[in-house]
Design a binder for this molecule. Structure first.
Ligand code: NDP
Length: 333
């Protein structure tokens, strides 16, 4: 199948062109950029046949069966709606949209068009996170009581653009990272946060957007989730802890794009290192996306998963700005 890239982005260049083309018979055929010169340079550098600045031209190409949308966040919604109307399968970057109603409309449009619509939440594809899900499901920690997510990192300088200064483009650490943490916790616990409290800060990088946030979420079962997301923390590394009545999982370095990190399971006085698969996260997401098209299976993260992660992030933002405890609005999903 031929693919169109909507957005000449860093993530497309670093991970997704490779992931798409890792699937047999798949090839990126065209790229859309807002800037003709940049688009052409991107196409040349990445072995893509052609570039365009006209989305209708790209979507009018009947040989293109699917698109990958990785523009800045405010563009995902209009570009996805157009792509779905043109009958393309869509792999869309997170956050799906700026507003929950728009994300819901994207998922409805995909259903009407009878195409696959997926959200690119990579973490649930990691061997580490699959292992944690397995440990929880096998009861190795007993009844889960709490999860703590440490996802405060230093944003690499080459990404110090719209993410740290442009709220209209969806900048800020909440739309960027809270969505991933929400998806990961939902994936492990198979339940959706009910309400949240949060405090945000613009410490050093953020101009008109937050660059740090801490929040607490309550799950329907009563489990508490505590998260810390940041763009300014240089030395912490990432962490993910699951605490239960029979044991605790301590994972480090697993909130990342690479298949790395370590997981320890502590029960009574014993600590066991857990082994996990080192496969490429994005390759797995694309494999499941292709299976969804060919075999009618579910992609790794569906559009509904994207609605839900966005809903949690929007609730965290509202809680942080209002100082109130906020009920998560899933838009009826
Ligand atoms: P980039 O800033 O690299 O790209 C976003 C847009 O900015 C591009 O579409 C491009 O516009 C423009 N742009 C890129 N580089 C330049 C440049 N050098 N000069 C001028 N304009 C430029 O963003 P990311 O790749 O980091 O993120 C894109 C999307 O992907 C976001 O929605 C983000 O949330 C998501 N993302 C997801 C990840 C995941 O693992 N799931 C990881 C990283 C990002 P144009 O297309 O018009 O040329």
């Amino acid at each position: 199948m031929k693919w169109g890239l909507i957005g000449a982005s860093t993530i497309a260049e670093q991970f997704m062109i490779d992931a798409i083309e890792s699937q047999q018979g798949n090839k990126v055929a065209a790229v859309l950029s807002g800037d003709a010169e940049r688009g052409q340079a991107f196409a040349n550098k990445n072995g893509i046949g052609r570039s365009t600045t006209d989305i209708d031209e790209l979507l009018g190409d009947q040989s293109i069966g699917a698109v990958y949308i990785s523009t800045t966040n405010e563009k995902h919604y209009p570009q996805a709606i157009k792509s779905l109307a043109a009958g393309k399968h869509v792999m869309c970057e997170k956050p799906l949209a700026m507003h929950i109603e728009d994300a819901c409309e994207m998922v409805s449009a995909a259903t009407r068009a009878n195409v696959v619509f997926a959200t690119n939440h990579h973490l649930r594809n990691a061997g580490s996170h699959l292992k944690i899900k397995e440990l929880i499901a096998e009861g190795r920690v007993g009844e889960v009581q709490a999860i703590r997510v440490g996802h405060a990192v230093y944003l690499p300088p080459h990404l110090h653009g719209w993410r740290i200064n442009n709220p209209q483009a969806g900048g800020g650490v909440i739309p960027d990272i809270v969505v991933h943490d929400a998806d990961t916790v939902r994936f492990h616990l198979e339940e959706d946060p009910v309400d949240v409290v949060a405090i945000e800060r613009s410490e050093s990088l953020g101009k008109n957007v937050e660059d740090s946030v801490m929040s607490i979420w309550q799950m329907p079962s009563g489990i508490l989730v505590e998260t810390h997301e940041g763009f300014t923390v240089r030395h912490a590394g990432t962490s993910y802890e699951v605490h239960g009545t029979e044991g605790s999982i301590f994972a480090r370095g697993i909130m990342t794009q690479q298949p790395v990190g370590e997981i320890l399971l502590r029960r009574e006085n014993q600590t066991e290192v857990q082994q996990f698969s080192g496969h490429n996260l994005y390759h797995r997401a694309m494999r499941l996306f292709m299976e969804a098209i060919k075999k009618g299976k579910s992609p790794s993260a569906t559009g509904t998963d994207g609605i839900k992660s966005l809903a949690v992030a929007l609730a965290v933002k509202e809680a942080a700005t209002s100082g109130q405890r906020v009920k998560v609005n899933y838009g009826g999903t």
